[in-house]
Design a protein around this ligand. Structure first.
Ligand code: SF4
Length: 87
């Protein structure tokens, strides 16, 4: 995967199930799976909150300072929950 300083990985909170292959695919360990805070949960739609609860309350989070924009995580996510956007 090639680095791209103009891009950053983003997580689709309606899709992420915290399965975690992204964490091992990331060359800089920019992705951590952790508990979703109440603030983030409050911004989710009803179905997304239900899905989050069903999968244990954890999701992936990107450290923007560590992300190289390489898209390696996008390739391995089984839920298509990761994408790239311009910084
Ligand atoms: S785009 Fe690359 S560096 Fe950024 S979070 Fe995904 S795998 Fe890690």
């Amino acid at each position: 995967m090639r680095e791209n300083p103009h891009l950053i990985a983003v997580v689709d909170r309606s899709r992420c199930e915290a399965r975690g292959p992204c964490t091992s695919a990331c060359p800089t360990k920019a992705i951590k799976v952790r508990r979703v805070s109440d603030d983030v949960r409050a911004d989710l739609g009803r179905l997304a909150r239900l899905k989050l609860w069903m999968h244990g309350g954890d999701q992936a989070f990107i450290d923007p300072d560590a992300c190289l924009g390489c898209a390696a995580c996008v390739q391995v996510c089984p839920e298509n929950a990761l994408g790239m956007r311009k910084r």
